[in-house]
Design a binder for this molecule. Sequence first.
Ligand code: PHE
Length: 348
Amino acid sequence: MSTIEAEVDALRSEALEALTQADGEAAREAWRAEWLGRKDGRLTLRLRALKDAPPESRAALGKSLNELKATLEAELEARRDSARAAALSADAALDVTLPGRPQSLGRLHPVTQTMNDCIAAFAEMGFRVFEGPEVEWSRYNFDAVRIPDDHPARDMWDTIWIDTLIEGERQILLRTHTSPNQIRVMEQTEPPVRVIVPGKCYRQEATDATHEWMLTQIEGLAVDEGVRMSDLKGTLYAFARRLFGEDRRIIFHHSYFPFVEPGVEMAIDCFLCRAGGSDCRTCHDTGWIEILGAGMVHPEIIENAGYDSSRYTGFAFGVGIERVAMLRWGIEDIRHFYQNDLRFLRQF
Ligand code: PHE
């Protein structure tokens, strides 16, 4: 073996041995600087010293040293590659061979879906959408719709009040129904009026299969010359047929709401017992489930709005959206809607 070969061999063994000892990227980088560093790497210095080598051996030495340089660079790259591969397979989250995770698609809540369908049904009949506040003055929620303070009718809506006192009195509440918007709409527009007002309402009441402390309503209001009870019935029949199909039975009962005269409740046959119940917890064996209150707008309310009640008449209604959703899908308990149980929500 020539002295040149012997020298280069010794360098190679030392460098490769040191590389096997270099554990981790920092150690590999230190090794690279020591051997291949541009300024004072050991191999770099050796190559630079070539010019002082005896002319007869210079070419052979240069060739060997350059081959060694290529070997060291390739070995370093190989060590880095295998370190990267090891890190990848050690970290399961980065296993690129795993199948992708499916994105689950969201969908609209069943109450929102039903709300949208109800809005569409009324919109087709020419009703425009109006929105009012959920935090409401008691003046609008009660007084303006003919439910004065201390009137027993206030008991029909157990109220969630806001603590803030104004002039020493509680005046702000979470609206118990969407009816205050009858007034808000009439204050802002001239007849003819044909609006629906969708939104959440709040009642401080014990929950059961058909009652929740938060509920969704759509208020409807139509005021014009010559609006009659038959218009109310026709509108609500059309709505019920659109949502439930022709075969559902509908019944109007006389009822009392201070802001309408006469007042009615519209009910639909119970989907569970089909109006022939015994121990039916949805309809309490009445066979019917009330889905809305309605009636002819009280003339006093028309007058208070600044309309001439001898010229204008109107009807109003308030639909409970959760009830409508329950009837459509045969849901037996209103409390399912707001418990966020995905096993329930995924069914719609
Ligand atoms: N606001 C009434 C309720 O909550 C429903 C209703 C609206 C009745 C319009 C008659 C007319 O319960």
